[in-house]
Design a binder for this molecule. Structure first.
Ligand code: FAD
Length: 237
């Protein structure tokens, strides 16, 4: 067994190192001090193909392997943990899940722009009473036939203000416990979706962490990921 990186992996490492030194380093302290989201830096990261690294090129991704993603994350995190947090949520929590479990229509509509980095995604699981214990979800989504009526609050959501597409876990049937949780795709701008306060954090301050509120948000049924009750498994994958 040998642990040498392949030529492809070395090329990814080199590209990530150059990006970190040339693009991220100049403004990293200023962005952190002023809690300024790295919008332009993320746009350039997307041009490198690093916002959907493991996603099939057919869906706008770069088709790289997991090791490439880890190498890129390692290089970027060394210097700018805010950028790497934005990148990691988009790559692993949002686009990976959409590619693995989303419908073809969801992939075309949501995954493609996320994998290209034209849009940013957020993953919304945590609540005031549901951190480590994700089964204590209090956000509800009532089945109204052709849509769900979503109500609740999510906390500490990375990319909370800068995202366009939100994967939101909600309880659709409290009687079924964790088997009654679903993951719904919510778009910024849906009526009743409110982006709340931004956290004034001690670290990774350029990444925007928000409270999100959902007040009678109508989410179309076709925005549910997977079979009914798949949400908890989806969140734990
Ligand atoms: C910067 C930042 C970004 C975040 N981004 C997101 C995001 O994008 N999406 C999202 O959904 N959430 C996000 N979170 C929330 C994060 O996932 C939660 O903070 C985490 O799940 C822990 O939950 P908690 O803070 O409620 O801590 P708690 O669950 O209250 O845990 C507190 C401590 O108790 C320990 N503990 C808990 N239960 C047990 C047990 N049964 N036995 C032993 N020890 C235990 C934990 O290990 C921990 O040390 C973010 C948080 C931060 C700080």
């Amino acid at each position: 067994m040998h642990f040498e990186l392949s030529e492809e992996h070395k090329a990814v490492q080199q590209a990530a190192r150059e990006f970190t030194q040339n693009v991220l380093k100049p403004g990293v302290i200023d962005r952190d001090e002023h809690q300024r989201f790295p919008a332009e830096e993320i746009r350039q990261l997307a041009e490198l193909g690093f916002m959907g690294m493991m996603i099939d090129p057919a869906y706008g991704g770069s088709g790289m392997d997991t090791l490439s993603y880890v190498i890129a994350m390692e290089e970027i995190s060394k210097l700018d943990a805010s950028v790497s947090v934005v990148m990691s949520v988009n790559n692993s929590l949002v686009t990976w899940g959409l590619e693995a479990f989303g419908s073809e229509a969801q992939k075309q509509k949501y995954l493609v722009p996320l994998a290209k980095g034209e849009k940013i995604g957020a993953f919304c699981l945590s609540e005031p009473e549901a951190g480590s214990d994700a089964t204590s979800q209090r956000t509800t989504a009532i089945d109204m036939g052709d849509h769900y009526l979503l109500n609740g609050t999510k906390n500490w959501i990375t990319n909370g203000g800068s995202a366009s597409t939100y994967l939101v876990m909600a309880q659709t049937d409290a009687g079924k416990g964790h088997k009654g949780i679903n993951c719904l795709i919510v778009e910024k701008g849906m009526e009743g979706f409110i982006i709340g306060a931004k956290e004034n954090k001690l670290g990774i301050r350029a990444s925007d962490t928000h409270t999100l509120m959902f007040q009678d948000v109508k989410v179309p049924k076709e925005n549910r990921i997977g079979e009914d009750g798949f949400g908890f498994k989806f969140a734990m994958k």
